[in-house]
Design a protein around this ligand. Structure first.
Ligand code: GLU
Length: 476
């Protein structure tokens, strides 16, 4: 993806960390303690498939244990390597600190192309990988809690939870050993859409501040804004769908591994997603102009660019040609440190990954709490809330008729007001609150400190200060 003189992903994260930490006054040695990755476990294991033993390589990296459990997804992809999981684990530390999810940072990966295996084979491989991690406490409700990432989803998380249950038959909190499970296996409503939803809430918060908009050379609302999405996987798809359907944004470009689609009038995200699911890519999609060269679309003129796939897609080689005003990093590490310098020079505003894609881990946190409390959110309060609202509505109606005032409640008000919140609504409310509050903590630093000229540095400053405070409190 990147040019030869580009630093590796982990070096890129370190460079960004260093830029921010230089503006802080940490006690000697603490900076180094926070930056370094505590441990990375590499496992090679064999699985008997199609009559022969195949050997797989996997990793689980723990970046910081200033809070436990540590948290972060497990990725299934051919590009997985130690440098990558360590960079991703570091980002998890900062991400969790920024959004106040009470976890340290971790990440895992298995070098595999999941498309080469059928469901039963994938189950054998996933369970074996999980077994290796569980027996070393690298999956454990109190110590290390994985989640989905690229190439994994609800199905894999259910296998991991079940593997843990088999190996820890009396652990009453066992379900909290992994998040992103299906609803019927201890999951939470709204987890699948959470990262995309978080991108939407992040953009809404950005658009609430005129000064931020001005810095990005934008005005108005999300309505009609021209958006290009790179990668229509779980995160890109949900972000594009919600921005289009609920905020009126126009998704003018979609870039996938086999090419891109472009339509100045806006693409039908649902239809494109359906096509990709069926055909494995965008090629042949009949209702929009197709481009074999995805890079050209990435560099097209737009208001908002959402890289939602791999790391390093915006790098030293193409950063100069990016024309978006605003980039929101739905993926982890899509902009390299060198590209970040170039884009900052050009005045492009970047909403950084550690904030922009934190919706996933935020809702994972809610799922973990749900598992530990053994009760669905809203189960105790919902009907009580409804009956209190009923009292108000009854009273308004009584006043209106007793006094002959002829008041009429507006259409739909009664239904909306009377309905108590279910789990999905509570999850969305908690996510919205988290995205707003953490954005405001970055914005404050961005606006108030003269030496901070970008949101990424502001985000690192908030996160590093929180991690440092927790090390200090522990007496390290
Ligand atoms: N893999 C996601 C991330 O990179 C989610 C992690 C989690 O939910 O623990 O943030």
């Amino acid at each position: 993806m990147s040019t030869t003189n580009e630093p590796s992903f982990r070096e890129s994260v370190d460079l960004m960390f260093n830029r921010a930490v230089a503006l802080l006054d940490l006690p000697p040695g603490l900076e180094e303690k926070i930056r370094v990755c505590n441990a990375t476990y590499t496992v090679r294991f064999g699985v008997r498939l199609r009559g022969k033993i195949e050997t797989f390589t996997g990793y689980r990296s723990v970046h910081s244990e200033h809070m436990e459990p540590v948290k972060g997804g497990i990725r299934f992809a051919m590009g997985v390597n130690q440098d990558e999981v360590e960079a991703l684990a570091a980002l998890m530390t900062y991400k969790c600190a920024l959004v106040e999810a009470p976890f340290g940072g971790s990440k895992g990966g298995l070098r595999i192309d999941p498309r080469q295996y059928d469901e039963h084979e994938l189950e054998l491989i996933t369970r074996r990988f999980a077994y290796e991690l569980i027996k070393r406490d690298l999956i454990d409700p109190a110590q290390n809690v994985p989640a989905p990432d690229m190439g994994t989803g609800e199905r894999e998380m259910a296998w991991i939870a079940d593997q843990y249950a088999r190996m820890n038959t009396s652990d009453i909190n066992g379900k909290a050993c992994v998040t992103g499970k299906p609803l019927n296996a201890g999951g939470i409503a709204g987890r699948v859409e959470a990262t995309g939803r978080g991108v939407q809430y992040a953009l809404r918060e950005f658009f609430r501040d005129d000064l931020d908009l001005k810095k990005a050379g934008l005005t108005g609302t999300l309505e009609g804004k021209r958006v290009i999405v790179q990668g229509l996987g779980n995160v890109g798809y949900h972000a594009a769908k919600f921005l289009r359907e609920e905020d009126g944004a126009q998704i003018i470009g979609i870039i996938e591994h086999d090419g891109a689609l472009f339509d100045e009038k806006g693409l039908d995200v649902e239809a494109v997603h359906g096509w990709i699911t069926k055909h494995g890519g965008v090629s042949g999609y009949p209702d929009a102009r197709g481009h074999e060269d995805g890079a050209a679309v990435l560099e097209s003129d737009c208001d908002i660019l959402i890289p939602a796939a791999l790391e390093g897609v915006i790098n030293l080689e193409n950063a100069d040609r990016i024309k978006a005003n605003l980039i929101i990093e739905a993926a982890n590490g899509p902009v390299t440190a060198g590209a970040d310098d170039i884009l900052r020079e050009k005045g492009v505003v970047i909403i950084p990954d550690m904030y922009a894609n934190a919706g996933g881990v935020t809702v994972s946190y809610f799922e973990w709490v749900k598992n530990l409390s053994h009760i669905r959110f809203g189960r105790m309060q919902r009907r009580q809330e409804e009956s209190r609202h009923q009292l108000v509505v009854d009273e308004l109606e009584r006043l209106s008729s007793d006094k002959g005032l002829g008041w009429q409640l507006s259409p739909g008000f009664k239904e909306k007001y009377l309905r108590g919140a279910d789990e999905l609504e509570l999850v969305r409310s908690g996510l919205d609150d988290t995205m707003r509050i953490s954005y405001q903590s970055m914005r404050k630093i961005w606006h108030e400190r003269e030496d901070v000229t970008d949101l990424r540095t502001a985000a690192y400053i908030v996160a590093i200060e929180k991690v440092a405070a927790s090390y200090r409190a522990k007496g390290l």
